[in-house]
Design a protein. Structure first.
Length: 168
């Protein structure tokens, strides 16, 4: 099933990578924003690699990806906040309760860990749940931005250290 979903999104993901290749930081911003919503499974880290390999300024790449991703997750947050009935229909009341219980139990530290740690699946859909749980938007934004900033910084550090993509 996952393979079928990825086949469906392949053209969209290819367009997002082309945006990065052709428009640099502006393309990264747009791709990060779109790829961080619940609508498109996209790895910002791979897009970041394209610009680092092209010797783009590392700090600008990290900041651009982080800000774009933050704005994309705002969309998810507000979907959870204002569209809880719709989300509940798609995900199920039992899963919504689990997500709310998780947010109540772990709060922002739990959200930070989920966003920061590398996982084999896209984590951005999880950012719907803080909206459902009515987490403070300011707190949500700070946690997501710092987690994304650190996550993309680690990727950049690994790439610049091990692959020689150094250019500040």
């Amino acid at each position: 099933m996952f393979e079928g979903v990825m086949h469906f999104f392949r053209p969209v993901v290819e367009v997002l990578f082309e945006l990065v290749r052709h428009y640099g930081l502006a393309g990264l911003f747009a791709s990060s924003l779109i790829g961080s919503t619940i609508f498109v499974p996209f790895s910002v880290e791979f897009a970041e690699t394209i610009l680092l390999a092209a010797r783009e300024n590392v700090l600008l790449v990290i900041l651009t990806a982080s800000v774009g991703a933050l704005i994309g997750t705002w969309i998810n947050y507000w979907i959870g906040y204002f569209g809880s009935e719709l989300v509940e229909k798609r995900v199920g009341e039992k899963n919504i309760k689990k997500a709310k219980d998780f947010m109540d139990k772990y709060g922002w530290p739990g959200l930070f860990v989920i966003i920061f740690l590398p996982t084999p699946i896209p984590v951005d859909p999880v950012t719907v749940f803080p909206g459902l749980a009515r987490m403070s938007f300011i707190e949500f934004s700070i946690v997501v931005f710092i987690a994304k900033l650190l996550r993309y910084s680690v990727v950049a550090a690994l790439l610049t250290g091990f692959m020689g993509f150094t250019h500040f």
